[in-house]
Design a protein around this ligand. Structure first.
Ligand SMILES: [Zn+2]
Length: 418
């Protein structure tokens, strides 16, 4: 049976192996969509929210949410994310091309395709290395990429789009996708599309997915939201790729998106896998990631964090301290909604002046997002770091800009930093 192309609604079977043996690990309540921010006049209207639960498959060990929101609603045209926005992120995205060129051989003028290419930052890296590049991106950010000179087709990637590309361009020697295995609901169509586009002899398919080991080890439950349908250990990734005739030849942990796994696969059966593949599988097994006990412990820890964080914030609030949030990445929406941190607790969320999210409100919790200049001017007592996965950098930047108050780090363990 093929991997499922999901339809909106509740999911009753594993998204990649179709086993019915999926069970609940975490219940994060209901939440609005993290990149569908509200405008002021939305605040008094009916508001959509969706169940947010984490499940695990007993058969292939895939972690997954059990409710699908329509892709068009999640990745709407005005999706506000721009990948090239910070220097750190830019460097991380350029590391994919450096990795490919260092480890594999390509012909002259090869083509690199990035699926879900956002503003084209990742492809810029390949372009710098002499590749022809082509992005596929469904949202209006595609226009921005084209303006920058990264040729981008504004479409969802599926077998149809693949067919279109095959007709108009050449086969690709590199196809990349960062977080596509988490994002795309038509996984079957995606895999068939990639297979039809990749050069069989020396083509590589490089994917980067948020690694389930990091999500558990570092309490990154806030990265669970409706855009992310699945979370991967290496084992289910191999299962998925094998199903479509791909052989996994390399796997490594990378720092991108607060801990990802980069997996390289090929259709060429003669290429031998590196030792890294077996090594990571052994580590996952040894550390109990295939056992249920690990996930029970995790769920208990998540509940404890919720209790500790809200207690801390309420205590400060009752002492009339002013608390603001800092940074509003997608994951902050889950953290705020799950811990019920509303505008009763936090005055506003500060974002950098270039952010596309300014003057909008968080779904579910209704906190206003404003220019961080305001925060520097009025010096609140505490700054809750919502982009805590880049916490050190965020704190350093704010200090440089003149913020003198204290910081609160919400995860992995809520704590105050002077
Ligand atoms: Zn499964």
């Amino acid at each position: 049976m093929s991997v499922s192309d999901l339809k909106p609604g509740v999911i009753y079977e594993c998204q990649i192996c179709r086993s019915k043996k999926i069970y609940e690990i975490l219940d994060l309540g209901h939440s609005g969509l993290c990149d569908s921010l509200l405008r002021k006049d939305d605040l008094n209207k009916y508001e959509k929210s969706y169940p947010l639960k984490l499940f695990k498959c007993k058969n292939c060990h895939l972690l997954q949410i059990n409710y699908v929101v329509d892709n068009k609603e999640v990745f709407h045209l005005d999706y506000p994310y721009k990948s090239g926005i910070t220097k750190t992120l830019k460097d991380l995205l350029h590391s994919t091309s450096k990795y490919a060129v260092k480890n594999f051989e390509f012909s002259k003028n090869p083509l690199a395709i990035d699926i879900g290419s956002n503003d084209g930052t990742l492809l810029e890296g390949f372009k710098n290395q002499g590749f022809k590049v082509l992005g596929v991106e469904p949202t209006n950010i595609a226009k921005l990429a084209n303006k920058k000179g990264i040729k981008t087709i504004q479409k969802f990637f599926d077998t149809k789009t693949a067919q279109y590309i095959r007709k108009k361009f050449q086969k690709a020697e590199v196809i990349t996708g960062t977080n596509i295995f988490a994002h795309i609901n038509k996984l079957d169509s995606l895999m068939k599309g990639v297979k039809s586009l990749i050069n069989i002899k020396n083509g590589i398919f490089v994917t980067e997915s948020h690694y389930a080991v990091n999500i558990l080890d570092e309490m990154q439950f806030d990265s669970i939201y409706h855009e992310h349908l699945r979370f991967y250990l290496l084992r289910p990734l191999i299962f998925l790729l094998n199903k479509y005739g791909f052989k996994v030849i390399d796997a490594s942990r990378i720092p991108n998106y607060a801990g990802s796994i980069r997996v390289t696969a090929t259709l060429n059966k003669n290429i031998q896998p590196k030792k890294s593949v077996k090594k990571l599988i052994n580590q996952e097994k040894k550390r109990g990631f295939y056992s249920e006990k690990k996930y029970k412990q995790y769920a208990n820890k998540v509940i404890k964090v919720k209790k500790d964080l809200t207690e801390l914030l309420w205590k400060l609030r009752l002492k009339r301290k002013r608390i603001v949030g800092v940074g509003c990445p997608g994951r902050s929406i889950t953290l705020l909604a799950y811990c019920n941190i509303t505008s009763q607790l936090i005055d506003y969320i500060a974002e950098q002046s270039s952010s596309l999210k300014l003057n909008m409100f968080t779904p579910s919790t209704h906190i206003k997002i404003i220019d961080e200049k305001y925060m520097i001017k009025y010096q609140p007592d505490y700054a809750l770091i919502l982009s805590w996965h880049y916490g050190k950098n965020v704190m350093k930047n704010l200090r440089n800009k003149g913020y003198k108050g204290k910081f609160i780090m919400p995860l992995p363990k809520p704590r105050i930093i002077n």
